[in-house]
Design a protein. Sequence first.
Length: 135
Amino acid sequence: MTRFRVFYFVAGWATLGLGAAGTVLPLLPTTPFLLAAAWCFCRSSPRMAGWLLDHPVLGKPLRAWQREGAISTPTKLVAVASMAIGYGFAMRFSELGSVPASGLALLLLSVAVFIVTRPRPLLPKSMVNVSRGRS
């Protein structure tokens, strides 16, 4: 294994661990870390990349992002709400001055706009036929 593959493999596990922690820690995002883990594993370990992309829970949104750059509506809502709650906590429990608070608000607003403007995942053709009552 080359040095870069080792680096990507270790980085993949680190970002996967952070993504897993983000599922239970409200201010730590999950999706960006899982996307980074998939990216790292694609460059270091096809087996781990396949496991992550085929995972019954994590794989679907990762494949939608990889295939279409798409984010589901529920995921968008959770992401934007989490950022708003995180900003609220930052304002309530920290003593940020007006300039850092404005910078944080601008950053979070920019990320929220990016997330909201991503397309929704397209249904696979087999699902379109089923949803219209055809087999």
